[in-house]
Design a binder for this molecule. Structure first.
Ligand SMILES: Nc1ncnc2c1ncn2[C@@H]1O[C@H](COP(=O)(O)OP(=O)(O)OP(=O)(O)O)[C@@H](O)[C@H]1O
Ligand SMILES: [Mg+2]
Length: 344
């Protein structure tokens, strides 16, 4: 019967499955070693609509999930019987999209008679760092900046986290995507804003993404986004020429410089010697360069996952699955998908 006599392996082979947004992904790890990593994205289809259409994402996942899993198993050079656990994102994300990956993972775990591990997508983003630096151990401070989340997080142990500061409104990635639209750049916006920013100068005084005079560390992106909209609209209404590249460069610094600064300040305050970065915005070149320089200046070790492990992927889900596996934290087969999971 399912759920009885699970064999617990110290160096388990775990398959991760991710389908929370527009990437159908599957990856296999053995211990912390990555064996395969497959991503099938519907971003090209979504870009016709300027953003992710949930129904299109769900249908694309349905079409792709078994190919992604089969390819991940094949590329890893393992047999199905070698798999010790199936880790899957159960939230947060688009409900219909999550349900495709979760339903597949449940039947897969059941058929192999191995544990199902339900992974919080954001904890997955944080865990990507373990694959990039095999010896990484808590404590460390993470700069998390993705499409839906922005926070500075203190990971105290493998299973305990404290959110030191977070956004009170939009997320950094969301702001990049909205500014991309204002500047007429296609979805996904972040990489396109970065490219345009490289041609411009940081000369426009946009409001910073850090809330001033707040007792807690709090970020805000809605004021910055509105300032960019107003700047462009005012210039257009007056018929004045303006540099889109300067807007992109100035926005990028106002959005990211405070996050980088507060991350390093937090590590120094807590006397934590390691910083990591996570989430799609951590693929940003300006962020990577400024965070590297700030950590080097303060003699802090920086673990910066490769860009492909910052944006959504299943390797990070398998990595968080490994932590939960070693804790014996297995999910029941009737677990449901969850569109929202609070960060705290
Ligand atoms: N080079 C870049 N510069 C800035 N932003 C980027 C870059 N590359 C990706 N992004 C942004 O990262 C976001 C996607 O990241 P990610 O996949 O982590 O988000 P998500 O999964 O949609 O959100 P969440 O993880 O919070 O649920 C998008 O908003 C995208 O514009
Ligand atoms: Mg994500």
């Amino acid at each position: 019967m399912y759920g009885q006599n699970f064999t617990i392996n110290k160096e388990p082979v775990i398959i991760g499955i991710e389908s929370s947004c527009d990437e159908t992904a599957a990856a296999v790890i053995r211990g912390r070693k990555l064996l395969s990593n497959v991503i099938i994205s519907s971003a090209a289809e979504q870009s016709k609509y300027g953003g992710v259409v949930p129904e299109i994402a769900s249908r694309a996942h349905s079409d792709a999930v078994d190919c992604a899993v089969a390819e991940a198993v094949r590329n890893a050079g393992i047999a199905l019987k070698d798999i010790d656990a199936v880790a899957v994102t159960y939230g947060a994300g688009l409900l219909g999209a999550l349900l495709v990956g979760l339903s597949f993972a449940k039947s897969f775990a059941y058929s192999l008679n191995v544990p199902l591990i339900a992974v919080n997508h954001i904890r997955g983003h944080l865990a990507a760092a373990y694959l990039c630096e095999q010896t990484l151990k808590p404590p460390y401070v993470t700069l998390l900046a993705s499409g839906g989340h922005t926070a500075v997080i203190h990971t105290k142990s493998y299973t305990s986290f404290e959110v030191l500061g977070a956004t009170g409104d939009d997320a950094a990635g969301e702001a990049f995507d909205k500014v991309a639209r204002i500047l007429g750049l296609p979805y996904p916006g972040g990489p396109n804003v970065q490219r345009l920013a490289e041609e411009g100068k940081d000369v426009i005084a946009f409001p910073q993404s850090l809330v001033k005079n707040s007792a807690e560390m709090q970020f805000s992106y809605s004021g910055l986004k509105t300032a960019v909209i107003n700047y462009c609209h005012n210039a257009e209404q007056k018929g004045e020429a303006y540099s889109r590249a300067d807007v992109a460069a100035s926005f990028q610094r106002a959005a990211l410089e405070p996050l980088v600064r507060k991350t390093v300040e937090s590590a120094l305050k807590l006397n934590v010697k390691t910083v990591t970065a996570a989430g799609g915005v951590a693929a940003n070149k300006y962020m990577r360069e400024t965070l590297s320089a700030a950590c080097a200046k303060e003699n802090i070790k920086l673990v910066l996952p490769e860009k492909a492990f910052c944006t959504d992927n299943a390797a990070m889900i398998a990595a968080e699955g490994l932590i939960q596996y070693l804790e014996g934290n297995f999910a029941p087969l009737n677990i449901n998908a969850c569109a929202h999971i609070p960060l705290k």
